[in-house]
Design a protein around this ligand. Structure first.
Ligand code: SME
Length: 158
């Protein structure tokens, strides 16, 4: 496995196209879920330098904070609460251009302005969500959804 990430400048799409195979390389042959989630956070943070990139993992019917990069965050989120809990409930990716306009948004950091949450679904069940926060409004769109869903699809569960 290459130890250093090759950081690519360019359009958002070009950045994802450079990063995605590198993330697949990082995950390849490593069965440990936490190790893989941690490296995904680090790779996304290094490439895009978003405010916060992390996973919440479903444990005993709530979301519990998992590997992340960024400021300290809320540790537990209930189903249907906030963007993460709503993504879990709907088993769907949610793009929030302005978090202040999302009813029930959970403000872990006052710096967060826009957000995307992608569920990790295995055997028809949401087992975790990837949450990405930006300190700028309107930072996430269909390109982020497409590529972040590809990142999530690359996670093998054993
Ligand atoms: N804003 C999220 C909570 C998690 S933090 O942003 C890291 C939400 O509304 O679910």
């Amino acid at each position: 496995m290459a130890e250093d990430l090759n950081i690519h400048a360019g359009t958002k799409e070009e950045q994802y196209q450079s990063l995605l195979p590198q993330i697949k390389g990082l995950l390849s042959g490593e069965p440990d879920l936490i190790a893989n989630l941690a490296n995904i956070c680090a790779a996304l943070k290094e490439q895009f330098n978003w405010l916060w990139v992390g996973f919440y993992i479903v444990k005993n019917n709530e979301l519990v904070l998992g590997p992340f990069q960024g400021p300290v965050a809320c540790t537990r989120i209930q189903k249907g609460r906030g963007v993460c809990g709503t993504s879990w409930q709907q088993a769907a990716t949610l793009i929030v251009p302005d978090v202040e306009k999302f009813p029930g948004h959970i403000a872990c950091s006052s710096l967060s302005k826009s957000e995307i949450v992608v569920p990790l679904i295995r055997n028809g069940m949401v087992v975790a969500v990837l949450d990405v926060d930006s300190n700028l409004l309107n930072q996430f769109d269909a390109t982020d959804q497409y590529y972040l869903e590809q990142v999530i699809a690359a996670i093998e569960m054993y």
